[in-house]
Structure formats: C-alpha cells, structure tokens
Write a protein that binds this ligand. Structure first.
Ligand SMILES: [Zn+2]
Length: 338
C-alpha cells in the first residue's frame, strides 16, 4: 500500500519546526508550521496549498516571507490557518514591504484565525497591495478543513499564549489490486486516478467509468463492478502535529483526543526530564512527556523534534527517554532512528 501522505521534516530535530506533507494523488502539499524554509526546494513550496501554523513565535513563522516570495507571481490562493491574532500578524508582515508594480499579480492570501468558538477570516489580494478584507466568521467545532480525501482538525493548547495542534486524517485508503487488474486484462492508466477520485467523492455504484486502452479502445464499466473486481478499501492514514505545549491535564486530554490512534505523532520535546520544571516554566514538553502522550494516545509511531540547543550532542537521550515512557516506536528526523 502506498501511503497517501508523505511526510518530510524540513529542518532536523534541532532546527525550526516545519513539516511538509505531500499528498500523493494531488500534486499538492500542506505545511505544518513555517520555520525557516531555506532548504525546501521551490518546486515543493509551489505545491503548498494550505498552511497550518501552531503559533507565531519567530521559529514557527519566520518562513512566511520565503514562502510568499516563492508563490508571489502565481495565479492561486494560498490559505493559512493559525491561532487568534494571526490575521494581524500576517497583515503586519505584509505592511512591512512596499507593494507597487504588482497590479498584474493574481495571488490571493486567505488567512483564518481559529479561536475556541469561531473561525475568522481575511482576504489579501496581491494586486490590491495586500489590502485586508475581512470575511464572514463561521463557527469552529474542531474541524478546519474537510474535502473528500482528508480532513484536518485542530485543538487549542496552552503555551502561555494560545497555540494550535493539528491532525490530518484520511477517511479510508483505496488500494488497486494490480494482479487482479492484469488478470482481467484491464490497462494501467489515468482512468485509475479518476476511479479513485470518484470513490473518494462518494458517487453511486451505478456511475459509468470509461476505461481507455493504449491505442484508443474504450470500454465502460460500472463503478460497483470495478470496486468488486480490483479495489480493496483499508483504514486511512492519520498524522498528528503537536508543538508547543505545557504538560497540563487540560493540554494532555486535548492532545490524546486529537492524536488518538494516529500512525504518526509529530511531537515537540524541547527539554529532557532532568529539566522538567524549566520545561513547565517555558510551557514546553520534555521527551518523557511526549512519550507519555504517545502512550495514552496509542499512536503507532512517535516522531520527536524541537530539541533545545542546550542539549547539543544528546539526541540519543531524547530518543531513550521518550521510548521508555512510550514503550513503542520512536524516531528522530534525520537520525539513524528515522
Ligand atoms: Zn517553539
């Protein structure tokens, strides 16, 4: 089975937080946090359609300018979701530059700030020098994004300031049985992507699907027929992204609900257990606490990041401490545990 979400941690466990998630069937990517983007190829940045920002501390948001610069000339909408105040933060960044000679630039930004009850939005069009235009608010009930292939939920955390954790979830995964395809003399081709898109969209089994062979021959089958013959449906992929948070009962309860059963939990571990009181003072987690959350949430794999530079050279200690608390599979991006 080829997973739908292909995750790439951008800056290593000591660098700025940023997780690129490529969506295999869509030539599209999502970003969780906007730490330094300097190492991300522009081809990847150009595919980013939605960005989810946990909070606007410098190390989580400094990459905004780089992303904006990369997509500036494009005819598209870039959407950002973040905690209360992010519309003002984006507006402030945009006001920091001079925008003349951009009347022909069709890029639009849509920024949504998520408070516990409402999502407020604002629109900034490049050709209007990114003048802010407020959008109508809508109620927030835990979900930020919902489309046929996946949905994204958020939870509010206490990091002394409001901070968001996110989970991306695929409702189910569609697998094509290549052997049965060959056994039935059906061709491999673009029709398979269209078939999957129709299944994700939930169209009826009677829907007719044209199947094209190289050379021009076409035959039509019903979706139900094809489903029975070559498709198997398995549980979808789930990933949770957590940074930065105090280890408090409220935060833990929200995180466990959000990350429950995830295939991968990306979780900050700024401190080691020997500095647990400092971690609490700074509203951050330790590696042990990340492990305890992973255990309670029953995730399949815990990925640690955001190590404080004071521990340079102690990567193994983060790994050991989290694994002891979790009792499961722990990885560190870029390390030999990856
Ligand atoms: Zn941070």
């Amino acid at each position: 089975m080829k997973p739908t979400f292909q995750m790439q941690w951008v800056n290593g466990p000591w660098g700025d937080p940023a997780l690129l998630v490529r969506i295999r069937w869509a030539r599209r990517a999502l970003l969780f946090d906007l730490g330094s983007m300097a190492t991300v190829p522009s081809g990847d940045l150009l595919r980013v359609s939605e960005v989810f920002v946990s909070h606007t501390h410098l190390d989580h948001f400094v990459g905004f300018d780089h992303l904006l610069r990369t997509v500036l000339g494009r005819d598209r909408i870039l959407s950002l979701f973040g905690p209360p105040g992010i519309i003002g933060n984006v507006e402030g960044k945009l006001r920091g530059y001079t925008w003349n000679l951009v009347q022909g630039y069709p890029l639009r930004l849509e920024v949504f700030e998520v408070d516990p009850d409402w999502i407020r939005g604002a629109h900034f069009a490049c050709k209007e020098a990114f003048r802010r235009q407020d959008l109508a608010a809508r109620p927030f009930t835990g979900e930020l994004w919902d489309e046929p292939g996946f949905r994204i939920r958020a939870a509010h955390l206490d990091h002394q300031i409001p901070c968001l954790a996110f989970a991306i979830e695929e409702p189910f995964h569609i697998n094509i049985d290549k052997e049965r395809l060959a056994g039935l003399d059906l061709p491999v081709g673009p029709w398979l992507a269209e078939l999957k898109a129709k299944i994700r969209a939930g169209v009826g089994d009677e829907t007719q699907i044209p199947v094209g062979w190289p050379g021009g021959r076409t035959e039509t089958f019903s979706l139900g027929e094809l489903k029975g013959a070559i498709i198997s449906v398995t549980p979808g992929q789930k990933m949770a992204y957590v940074t930065d948070a105090l280890y408090s009962p409220e935060n833990v309860a929200r995180l466990v609900t959000l990350a429950k059963g995830a295939d991968a939990l990306y979780c900050e571990a700024a401190y080691l257990d020997r500095h647990a009181s400092l971690a609490a003072e700074r509203f951050h987690l330790t590696a042990r606490q990340a492990g305890l959350i992973a255990r309670q949430a029953e995730v399949r794999r815990l990925v640690l990041f955001h190590f404080s530079p004071r521990y340079q050279g102690e990567t193994e200690a983060f790994h050991r401490e989290a694994r002891e608390a979790f009792g499961g599979w722990v990885t560190v991006p870029g390390g030999h545990w990856d």
